[in-house]
Design a protein around this ligand. Structure first.
Ligand code: FES
Length: 106
């Protein structure tokens, strides 16, 4: 596992979702309800890029069919409209060092 710098902490405001590359992985970093989180960036329904999504009530919303995921662990809060159950996002550890946000990936 390796920690990768992805962006300056001060540039991620409440409700922001930022698409980042850490090693060979694309992911999203977000600030939701005051805390920083990182998850995989592709919706597990139809692979929509969640960097285009938004934070609502502390959760990640996919704007394509409105699946909702928990940023804390990537779990599904609500399945897409008109769809059966979908799988969770992958979640990654996040830390802040010297004003930089770092994400740990394999
Ligand atoms: S692609 Fe995300 S809810 Fe359908």
């Amino acid at each position: 596992m390796t920690w990768y710098k992805v962006l300056k902490e001060e540039s991620l405001k409440e409700g922001d979702i930022f698409k980042a590359t850490a090693g060979s992985k694309e992911l999203i970093v977000m600030r939701a309800a005051g805390k920083l989180y990182a998850t995989s960036n592709l919706c597990t329904h139809e692979q929509y890029d969640l960097a285009e999504g938004f934070i609502d009530d502390g959760n990640i919303v996919c704007p394509n069919h409105f699946a909702i995921f928990k940023p804390q662990d990537g779990s599904v809060v609500s399945n897409p409209e008109g769809s059966g159950p979908i799988g969770p996002l992958k979640s990654y550890h996040v830390k802040v060092e010297n004003g930089d946000i770092l994400v740990e990936v394999e």
